[in-house]
Design a protein around this ligand. Structure first.
Ligand code: HEC
Length: 152
């Protein structure tokens, strides 16, 4: 059962990587968000106990999310407001400064949970991950409410 959850989460990461190119920012940012949601599901499963807690996996979950917070401007260039079944709100381009700040907050909150020194890994227990995860996942809802048309 636990192996199955992991396999499903990993399968969705692989699928997300299949169809994006630099010339297609909409597909790229959707794939990026698909990786984020796969990581979120894995993290949730570890915190609920349907998957065993593992500090290294928890760290990689935060790093996947942190990576997705980088290069927001490249993923949301002028001209990518419509098409490709995007659910990005026009507000992103009306308020790029605010959107960039929301991405920067996501970056800061994910980075805060990342262990910089290998010797600190041992203290990154389930409680520490739970606290970091709660802060990080609050960003999903707040950004989507402001900058996404379809609510999650
Ligand atoms: C700073 C803003 C921001 C943050 C933070 C953010 N998202 Fe998103 N997300 C977006 C935008 C904008 C879209 C719409 C992209 C598009 O369709 O072009 C999106 C789309 C998505 C999608 C749909 C992807 C698709 O295939 O259409 C999922 C799933 C998703 N986000 C999950 C998450 C989760 C889970 C988190 C938190 C861990 C998160 N997002 C954090 C802005 C954000």
């Amino acid at each position: 059962m636990k192996k199955q959850v992991l396999a499903i989460a990993l399968a969705s990461i692989v699928v997300a990587g299949s169809a994006q190119t630099a010339e297609n920012p909409i597909a790229a940012r959707k794939a990026m968000m698909q990786n984020v949601v796969a990581a979120t599901k894995m993290g949730g499963a570890m915190l609920k106990g349907s998957m065993d807690y593992n500090a290294a996996t928890a760290q990689l979950i935060l790093r996947v999310m942190n990576t997705a917070s980088l290069g927001a401007a490249e993923h949301f260039p002028e001209g990518s407001e419509t098409g490709g079944e995007t659910t990005a709100s026009p507000k992103i381009w009306q308020d790029m400064a605010g959107f960039t700040m929301a991405m920067a907050k996501f970056q800061t909150d994910t980075a805060a949970g990342i262990v910089k020194k290998p010797e600190d890994m041992a203290s990154f227990d389930k409680a520490a991950f739970g606290a970091a995860f709660a802060k990080v996942t609050a960003n999903c809802k707040s950004c989507h409410e402001s900058y996404r048309v379809k609510k999650n």
